[in-house]
Design a protein around this ligand. Sequence first.
Ligand SMILES: Cc1cc2nc3c(=O)[nH]c(=O)nc-3n(C[C@H](O)[C@H](O)[C@H](O)COP(=O)(O)OP(=O)(O)OC[C@H]3O[C@@H](n4cnc5c(N)ncnc54)[C@H](O)[C@@H]3O)c2cc1C
Length: 489
Amino acid sequence: MVVGDVSTGTDVAVVGGGPGGYVAAIRAAQLGLDATLVEMDAYGGTCLNYGCIPSKALITATDVAHDASNAEEMGIYADPDVDFGEMVAWKDGVVDQLTGGVEKLCKANGVNLMQGRAEFAGNDKLRVVHGGEGQGSETIEYEHCIVATGSQPIEVPGFEFDADPVLDSRQALAMDELPDSIVVVGAGYIGMEISTVLAKLGVDVTVVEMLDEALAGYPDDLTQPVKQRAEGLGIDFEFGLAADSWTESGDGIVVTAEDENREASKTPQADGEAVDGDTTEFETDNVLVAVGREPVTDTLNLDAIDLEPNDDGRLETDDQARTAVENVFAIGDVAPGPMLAHKASKEGQVAAEVAAGEPAALDYQAIPAAVFTDPEIATVGLTEDEASAEGFEPAVGTFPFRASGRALTTGDSEGFVRVVADEESGFLLGAQIVGPEASELIAELGLAIEMGATLEDVASTIHTHPTLAESTMEAAEHALGHAIHTLNR
Ligand SMILES: Cc1cc2nc3c(=O)[nH]c(=O)nc-3n(C[C@H](O)[C@H](O)[C@H](O)COP(=O)(O)OP(=O)(O)OC[C@H]3O[C@@H](n4cnc5c(N)ncnc54)[C@H](O)[C@@H]3O)c2cc1C
């Protein structure tokens, strides 16, 4: 111990206060353990402060304005006056309310909160370095440690985040003034969500993507409506191009991208100029780099406990979220699996329960995922192809929103619900939705899979009319060959 250090003991030390860590700490405290949560930045982690919540707040706010100005069909003629500064203040207020709530919940459950950066200082020991000059450090001796240090945006060489015009998603969501134009590198869900917001607010958006599609990994028939609507908003997609470098130019910058296939000369694009056979330049104000996220382990001094990240940089875990070190757990983005807040929270609960001696394990059937683009996409479980690859004979049913009374009354009836089941047993295996409220609708089908429900169960559940949720019932009926409001095969 360094002179001036304070030493404390705890049953469970949780490193990182995101949706993985704070949930783990609260659950541990609920189970009677002495829980200490160490966070070096803001409680709520990436999700509440810089990710899920600010992005969804801005998506909703821009939709209010966008929907109002596109409601002529309903006899509404409006030209909303958007004060972006006020929109940002509202979004920040939502974030503050939630992060303040996390602190209150932790305290109310008896979690000890500690501000600082934690690193391993030997077996069963963490050193917490407090921020700021002369604020000292603290040593925590723990029975169990839950690592929940999350992830950070991946930098692209040539686009380091320390230069003003180069933004990561956190900086893009913290802008207090809108640029006239932006190049978004990466058409994954973060790039697409932020592009949609900015385009709806009148920013000239160009998306540069190395692959030849947006939202890679999602089925084509789910992503097509999103891409088409994005193009309708004026977003220019440049596929097969890899962002290479940027230089200052006048008041803005020029982003250079290389043709991935090194083909012969391209024709100049709407917003980009083909400079030679395989280089295209884009004049813009800012560039947002959203090419993915990588786990954070470099803050932890893992050597002190002989723990090594795997080739992906993550900490391998078993079905109880334990790492190779018996009393050290890893959860959330730093552990294997999809980088999603709800997956982090679930793992946090399980790790806390295991630490408390409960017979808990991660045995979920399917993790849902949602993309909050326009329209939304949501999935859970297996697609038809995945089900076939796993040896099932899939039974598939779809229901288009254009046949849904409720969808028509909302003025947004594009998209569909699809369910995938095992033909023989009828067990639901997966579902995919593109369209209004997809992110909400997927919950029912996640529950159905988790409960081992069959197509019959979903089809025979009485759904409220008129609702979008009826579409899940209709899709199940369609798979069974007796849909009422759409033609059966
Ligand atoms: C723009 C954006 C939008 C997103 N939208 C969604 C969405 O809609 N739905 C969804 O499910 N997911 C979304 N995500 C992903 C989601 O934010 C993450 O999956 C989630 O935050 C992971 O939770 P976590 O607890 O593992 O880590 P994090 O939330 O990243 O929290 C980790 C915390 O650990 C702290 N920390 C790191 N090292 C140390 C240390 N040594 N000592 C102390 N503290 C430390 C960090 O400061 C951080 O606060 C989004 C992410 C981004 C960037």
